[in-house]
Design a protein around this ligand. Structure first.
Ligand SMILES: N[C@@H](CCC(=O)N[C@@H](CS)C(=O)NCC(=O)O)C(=O)O
Length: 207
């Protein structure tokens, strides 16, 4: 059985979407990061970087396995269940997963911080991360012009990793993200398609 430690943020929802897609049983443990529950000593044993998501898989050959970092969790689950990381597009999917982990997520996350949380409302911060988000959207839009899904013909963990970031930040920093998206028809087409998947809809409601 998989125990998932999670909160309703984009990084958390990558894993709720994936577990819903897999249809395998799992237990959800809420870690309310607004109440600093990510610093609880018991949670730090699983996720020493004090961040969600994390999992503990008790159903392994060598006892239980605990994992943090959403990208590592997604690769692990894809390999364990043999789904969403097809041989033909394996490294293309991993490449775009890393693009999300190192680029889209951190840059949009910083945009959100400078727009929503920065008490000084530093204009250079907002400008820098808006520009980088715009650049990354351009890269993704070009990719989705040539391919149905991010890694090609198949829906993979790369789609599941990118979707909650754009969807949640479309609301969180609406005034900045929505105009950028409206100029990217291929991303809009893909958001619509991925967003119609029942497992994605369920995963976006959890926890
Ligand atoms: N690279 C990590 C980032 C995880 C992350 O940033 N988690 C945030 C919520 S989206 C968190 O737990 N923040 C709590 C904190 O920083 O104390 C991953 O992809 O798992």
């Amino acid at each position: 059985m998989i125990d998932l430690y999670v909160w309703g943020t984009p990084n958390g929802r990558k894993i709720t979407i994936m577990l819903e897609e897999l249809g395998e049983p799992y237990n959800t443990h809420k870690v309310d990061i607004s109440k600093d529950e990510q610093f609880a000593p018991e949670f730090l044993k699983i996720s020493p970087n004090n961040k969600i998501p994390a999992i503990v898989d008790t159903d392994t050959d060598g006892g239980s396995l605990s994992l943090f970092e959403s990208g590592a969790i997604m690769i692990y689950l894809a390999e364990k269940y043999g789904r969403f990381l097809p041989d033909e597009s394996r490294y293309t999917a991993i490449q775009w997963l890393m693009w999300q982990m190192g680029g889209l997520g951190p840059m949009m996350g910083q945009l959100g911080w400078f727009v929503v949380s920065d008490k000084e409302q530093t204009p250079t911060g907002v400008e820098r991360y808006k520009k980088e988000t715009e650049r990354l959207f351009g890269v993704l839009d070009k990719r989705l012009c040539e391919a149905k899904y991010v890694a090609g013909e198949d829906y993979t963990i790369a789609d599941m990793a990118i979707y909650p970031w754009i969807t949640q930040y479309r609301v969180r920093v609406k005034d900045y993200v929505e105009p950028l998206l409206q100029a990217r028809p291929n991303i809009l087409r893909w958001l619509d398609e991925v967003g119609q998947r029942p497992a994605v809809q369920r995963g976006m409601q959890l926890p």
